[in-house]
Design a protein. Structure first.
Length: 166
């Protein structure tokens, strides 16, 4: 019998690396849900380094990443507002009922740390929307101008041009 390599127990074969199209979709969905790059990378079964590399090398993925973060921070802001209004019930030591606590310092720090970048992205996105609106208005104006010229052309052709001295 030929020598076979020994089978190691507990060793697993390396899993096939998921395609970018597949892991990026999972990653972006989790990033929007959690605003946490590490959690999103774990959920997508990729390293955070791979995610950051993809963000640096792929402009569309970078935009989608920023959009997912904006969505995540919108969720965080809504959750924070809910906590501010309702508080969190925490068990008090020795008490039969919990007490309502309103400590949101960590959430405020996280929100303020990323608020500027989210605002910057929204401004860019809104500017793109404004450009599309301006182009749409210009196209409609041009179509109106062409219709007016088409209607005016037959009536102009039927008019006799007076000649100055006959």
């Amino acid at each position: 019998m030929a020598d076979k390599p020994p089978i190691r127990r507990g060793a697993s074969t390396p899993a096939a690396k998921p395609s970018f199209a597949r892991w990026s979709k999972t990653f972006l969905a989790e990033l929007a849900a959690t605003s946490n790059v590490s959690a999103a990378a774990r959920k997508a079964a990729v390293s955070t380094a791979s995610a950051y590399d993809a963000r640096r090398s792929n402009a569309a993925f970078n935009r989608a990443w920023q959009q997912a973060l904006c969505e995540g921070y919108d969720h965080l802001e809504m959750e924070l507002l809910h906590r501010l209004r309702n508080g969190e019930v925490k068990p008090a030591t020795g008490a039969k009922r919990g007490t309502r606590a309103f400590d949101n310092a960590t959430a405020f720090r996280l929100l303020s740390a990323h608020r500027e970048s989210a605002a910057r992205f929204r401004a860019v996105r809104n500017n793109e929307d404004a450009e599309a609106i301006i182009q749409s208005i210009n196209a409609k104006l041009e179509a109106m101008r062409q219709r007016r010229l088409a209607l005016a052309a037959p009536s102009e052709a039927g008019k006799a041009v007076p000649d100055g001295g006959s």
